[in-house]
Each structure stands twice: as C-alpha cells, then as structure tokens.
Ligand binder design. Sequence first.
Ligand SMILES: Nc1ncnc2c1ncn2[C@@H]1O[C@H](COP(=O)(O)OP(=O)(O)OP(=O)(O)O)[C@@H](O)[C@H]1O
Ligand SMILES: [Mg+2]
Length: 500
Amino acid sequence: MAFLEFKDISKGYPGVQALSDVSFSVAKGAVHGLMGENGAGKSTLIRLLSGDQSADTGTIAIDGEAQSYKSVRDAFAAGVIVIHQELQLVPELTVAENLWLGRFPSSGGVISRRKLIDSVAAKLQDIGIDIDPAAKVSSLSIGARQMVEIAKAVILDARVIALDEPTSSLSSRESEVLFALIEKLKAKGTVILYVSHRLDEIFRLCDSLTVLRDGKLAAHHPRIADTSRDQIIAEMVGREISNIWGWHGRDFGLPRLEVKDLSGSHLPRPISFSVRQGEILGFFGLIGAGRSEMARLLYGADHRHGGTVTIDGMAVAADNPGASIRAGIVLCPEDRKHDGIIQGRSIEENITISSRRHFSPFGILSLGKEASVADDFIARLRVRTPSRKQDIINLSGGNQQKVILGRWLSEQGVKVLVIDEPTRGIDIGAKAEIYEILYGLAAGGMAIVVISSELPEVMGISDRIMVMCQGHVVADVERPDFDERRILTSALPDRTAAAS
Ligand SMILES: Nc1ncnc2c1ncn2[C@@H]1O[C@H](COP(=O)(O)OP(=O)(O)OP(=O)(O)O)[C@@H](O)[C@H]1O
Ligand SMILES: [Mg+2]
C-alpha cells in the first residue's frame, strides 16, 4: 500500500543534524500531515524530496522504486512537485509564463503568447483559480502568488505533491480553494505531503500524520482519527501544554493611545478607539478587512486623510514614521520575511539592529548587553541554532520569524506596540512564550494592539476586540462578552452589506 516511502533519511548542516534516521511511508491517494516545532526538519525533508538537496544517507522510494534523482528536474520527471515555504516564482514573468516555465507551447519554435495565455486561462478556470494569466507575478499579492504555485502543481499532474505551509499567507477564501483542490487531487490518487502548524487544518485534510522532533521521528499515525490534538502537541513539544493562551487579568492605567477619526484611502470611514496602559486590544477581521492598513496609518507609514493620534495626550505627527518612533510607537509588520530579515547578518545582529535605537540617544546597547538580549530570546523562544553568531539565512522559516519578533519585542522605551500576525509560522510551544512576553510588556504599562486573522488567538489573548470588515469597524467587544460565532459572523462581508 505504501506509495511514498522515506527510509533511514539523515541530513546534516554545519553544526546542526537536521534529520536523523527518519523512516515513514504514505499510502496512495493519502494526504499526509507533517508537523513539528520550528527547526524540527520538515522543510529539510521536503527539500530532499524535491531533489534540490541530497540526503547524507537513506532513500526515497515512489511506488516501490528507489529514487536516485540528483536535481529538481529529475524529481519533476519522476512526478514530484514541491511547493516550498519560500515561493519560487519568477516575479518579472507573467502568471502564464511561470506556469509553463521550460515547456512553452511553441509554433515552429516561436512561443505563441496568445496561445499560452489562452491555454493557461482555460486551465485556471478549470481548477477554480481566479487569477489573470497575463498579470506579472510581481503585481500579485503573496496569497495570489501562492495560488499560482499550487496551480502549477495541479496542471503539471504530479504523482506526489508536497506543500510546505501553504496557507500561511492565504486568505480564508483562498484556503478553501486550496482545500477543494487537495480533495480533487486525492481522488485522483495523488499523494500529498502537507506541512502546517495549524492543527485544525491538519485534522480537516489529513488521513495520516508524522510528527518530527529535533530531526527525529517522534510519532507516526497511519490513521489520524486514532490520535488527538493534545497527543500531537505533546509529541511535538515533548511536554503537555494545557492552556497555550495563559491569559490573566491585568490592571489598566490611563489611556495611552488615542485614535480619533483616523481615515485613509483604504479606511473610508473614520476609525476611533483608545488603548489604556496595560491593555491588549485585538483587531480581528478576514484578510483584506483593513486591519493592516489601519496599523500603517497609525504608524505614519501610509498617508493619513484625516484624524489624530495621541500618545499620553501628545499628538503624533501624521505621515511620519520617524516621529511615531520618537513618540514611542513601534509597528511590527505582518510581512516580516520581506520587511525584516537582514540576510548575511547573524541572529544577534538581526535582533539588536533596531530602527528605534537610531532615533533614541539612550538606546545604544553595549556589546555584552546585545549578546545577552540575543541569548535570552534564543532561549525563551527556543530558536533552534548552534549559536547567536549563525547567519539568519540558515535558520528554518519559523525560527527566522522568532528572531525578527525578538527585535521588536526587545525594543526599549516603547509605549505603544502594534503587532501584526504575531505568531504566523510559529510553533505552538513558542506561541505560548510569545504571549507571555506580550503580557509582561503590558503589565509594564505598554498599550498593545494585536492584529490577527486567527480568531482563537485574538480571543485567547486580548482584553478587548474590535472587528473590522471592508475598511469599517463592525464590532467592539469586551472580554467577558467574547463569543466566537458572534465575532466571526460580524467579520463576514455580506452581513455588513446587509447592515449598511
Ligand atoms: N543551509 C543550512 N545551514 C545550516 N543549518 C540549516 C540550513 N538549512 C536548515 N538548517 C537547519 O536545519 C534545521 C531544520 O530546519 P527546517 O527548515 O527543516 O525546519 P522546519 O521544521 O521546516 O521548521 P519551520 O517550522 O520553522 O519551517 C534547523 O535547525 C535549521 O536551522
Ligand atoms: Mg519549514
């Protein structure tokens, strides 16, 4: 029955044994989940399957046949397509060109652009993906780019498809399209290897599951129905986590951040709210609801059409991030991979290089202090690395996220922290730790605004929630009144249309 088999796979990098003796197999037509903490070895295993890198020892077999491929091209010829955690499309080409990369339909050797666009349009329509084939990939949102990658795997008709955290940048509607595609592929007998940190997705999609821990096989479940969320969490982190939110009540002080009638091109209706010292205000909404735009306006990164922002009663100049930083606002953006990582620099430098310190005369840290701030975050957030001197580029995706978060969370003199999708791509053990850090900062008097599209997270850690939909605030709920259904329905667009 085994269609895809990993046998005794080991792979090391300098200073890190990423995989040791991993063996498991997946049945034909199964969706197989791959879970584990950040740095557990998931992407490494997927990279070996993709042909991009070779294992130090061990074999991969497909349909009983040991594969000896040495490149992505070989793997492709064997029917294996991998969608990596980091997208691989060529931004300067169109969607259609990316989809047919290396296999353009040509007439007499000349690529027919029209033919290409038409054939891709038909295929995309066929699989239910609504993207213009003539659009340049660079003009698409991250979510749309992800859908193009997925379309590529479907169109090329692979025998084995691996998806490495595919939904981390998809909207819930896009995720639904992806899930429908996965069901179709499964019905065709395709084997799907699915990496995710989201347990609800894993239980919804997967038939079987493997858990990795520190590069070793921690558990293999041939039937996912025979296991449970708590069991999987314990297998991943090696301890029980009963309450990952760990919320506890805090005393609030005076209003710290006050926003009055804030508006901008994506926020047509003015928004007002205030956050007290010690308070965590959550913003929930579906992707595109206007939460990130609100944050950027607040911070001065986008042009304000009107309204005022004050901190401790002092107005903050509009359209001026430098002034916001001096006033004590920090914005930790959603797209940390693109906005935050400084390649070629160490973990330590990536944590301690801070925009704020350029503005603050008292913000300069001694070298010893920098090292201890970095070591502290590496330990608390369990960044899997041999040393703080390691180049950030060598870390796993989630561990890079942790380092960039460390940069924002270790800033000195912050009064208002605005943090967008704080735990995207981060494993469950480190999530709990990040929430603890946020509570600690709030207890120290900081006003915190958390933006998240994961409802359990917003409900788990906020003292109050504002719900946004299509650029409007549609609900403002205090913690005792939190209600999952009510918050979710208020975030759905059709309801707003009916109400306004
Ligand atoms: N090129 C490299 N050089 C050195 N170490 C590396 C390299 N690539 C990966 N590693 C290390 O191998 C280990 C496994 O990384 P991998 O990317 O497989 O983790 P992952 O399970 O995908 O984690 P995440 O959930 O964060 O994506 C990590 O400790 C990582 O730092
Ligand atoms: Mg990974």
